[in-house]
Design a binder for this molecule. Structure first.
Ligand code: F6P
Ligand code: MG
Length: 444
């Protein structure tokens, strides 16, 4: 498209995309294979010989996948009959047409965002084609471990939340703003905890997240949190006749484990302070980018929090369960979130989801993958505005809370990117820096 920079791709040798496809993809597929193999006995106990057969076939499918990606084979059409197959295969055909006859759509030549989503979808296909274990989540162990290893941090956060809630009625507006800012930052830095960047090595929060906020402040490159606050405040004042539920906040979730807890704590604060009266969470309908939240992770995390042997943690969990039961909180998954589209295509590709988001007063997007999709995962100049990079996507006022794990960043000051590159060549890919960027269609 004229005027729009090219997609990031592994065809740029030495780029982060190249390194990811070359080294991190095979590592992730290998880990999935190891996990299935380690659980062989479990499959046998549950499904007998059928379980063993399924284990073998899934592993052979995944070994083939690993070989295809390592040798840069063309991407293949999906065959598993899930509801999204047609849309994936049409997407592939569209890319094939764009490439013409000379080049094939392949792992190292095609857009990174596309091939990365495709890899996770192919992993799902391997399970889906082997019915006894089709519902198996190969990333589940890592996700639950990340949660358990973050226990101290979760307890500290829930204790803080309960402290705030206890004196909620006496808080001045400034005090409320202060707590809001803190919990927004905890949720922002919670995005450091993801399993995909470390290829499944590490995703826990070991230290008290509230105590480190000040020392992390210099690493926030863009902070538009004041706009988030004013959006919430002005949504309060509006009596919108056409809207059934004023002050609705949608949270497009990223990772399970500590990050999810930090999002739930923020959501609880928004509801209990009256800043929002309804929260819609959006998660993934299949295991995705190693640690992303599925419906099962969402329910499991609430149940675990409830069952914790810690007064304030279990109290939080009980409250969260109640919110879900009463419909104050609801969880959705839409197949669009596990497709490779840039978000500027959402209105055309998933109009129902776009309409859903339009009903929100604020949409909070979490994490790096959502940032890549918001900005189309393109080689934008760092000084291009966030609005420009969104390319017309804007169902409602929106904010992204993201730690940087991919080499794309827009909305910086002149010279800021160059300065960062000279100080730390990996500044965009190690989760050390973060941004809070905001856009509102209402201000246009
Ligand atoms: O390359 C880093 C990476 O694995 C990307 O593939 C992806 O954008 C990101 O990490 C996942 O991070 P997050 O969980 O924040 O979306
Ligand atoms: Mg993630």
């Amino acid at each position: 498209v004229a005027g729009v920079p090219p997609s990031l791709s592994a065809k740029v040798v030495g780029s982060f995309a190249y390194f990811t496809v070359k080294d991190r993809f095979p590592t992730i597929v290998t880990k999935v294979i190891d996990t299935i193999h380690r659980n062989k006995n479990k499959f046998f106990e549950e499904y007998g010989e059928d379980g063993i057969q399924a284990e073998k076939q899934t592993i052979s499918f995944l070994s083939k996948l690993r070989n295809e990606l390592q040798t840069d084979k063309p991407l293949l059409a999906l065959t598993d009959g899930l509801q999204d197959v047609e849309s994936w295969n049409q997407y592939l055909q569209r890319h094939q047409r764009l490439e013409g006859d000379q080049e094939s759509v392949s792992w190292f030549k095609s857009p990174w965002l596309y091939v990365e989503c495709y890899m996770y979808r192919r992993i799902q296909e391997a399970f889906w084609l082997n019915p006894p274990i089709s519902g198996y989540d190969p990333f589940n162990e890592g996700k639950t471990q990340g949660f358990f290893e973050s226990q101290q941090a979760v307890m500290a956060l829930c204790t803080y939340l309960e402290g705030v809630k206890k004196c909620m009625d006496e808080l001045s507006k400034n005090q409320l703003l202060e707590h809001f800012n803190k919990l927004l930052l905890v949720s922002l830095w919670g995005n450091k905890c993801d399993l995909s960047i470390s290829a499944g090595q590490e995703n826990s929060q070991k230290i008290n997240p509230l105590e480190v906020l000040n020392s992390l402040q210099p690493f926030i490159l863009v902070d538009e949190s004041n706009m988030v606050w004013s959006t919430l405040i002005s949504a309060q004042k509006q009596e919108q006749p056409g809207k059934a539920t004023p002050c609705r906040v949608d949270i497009v979730l990223d990772n399970a484990g500590f990050e999810l807890v930090s999002d739930l704590v923020l959501a609880d604060f928004l509801v209990s302070s009256g800043l929002a009266c309804k929260i819609h969470f959006h998660g993934k309908c299949m295991p995705w980018f190693v640690s992303d939240v599925t419906a099962n992770d969402f329910q499991w995390t609430i149940r675990q929090t409830m069952a914790a042997n810690h007064k304030w943690m279990s109290k939080s969990g009980v409250q969260w369960q109640r919110y879900v039961k009463e419909g104050v909180w609801c969880y959705h998954d839409h197949p669009f979130w596990t497709q490779p589209h840039e978000f500027c295509d959402m209105a055309a590709e998933a109009p129902d989801l776009y309409t859903t988001l339009q009903r929100a007063d604020l949409v909070l997007f979490k994490g790096d993958l959502n940032y890549r999709k918001l900005t189309g995962d393109r080689a934008w100049d760092h000084t291009v505005s966030f609005d420009t990079a969104l390319r017309g996507f804007g169902p409602a006022p929106l904010c992204i809370l993201r730690t940087l794990k991919a080499n794309i960043q827009v909305g910086l000051q002149q010279g800021q990117g160059e300065k960062l590159s000279s100080e730390d060549p990996d500044w965009m890919t190690r989760g050390k820096y973060a941004v809070i960027q905001f856009y509102s269609p209402l201000s246009e």
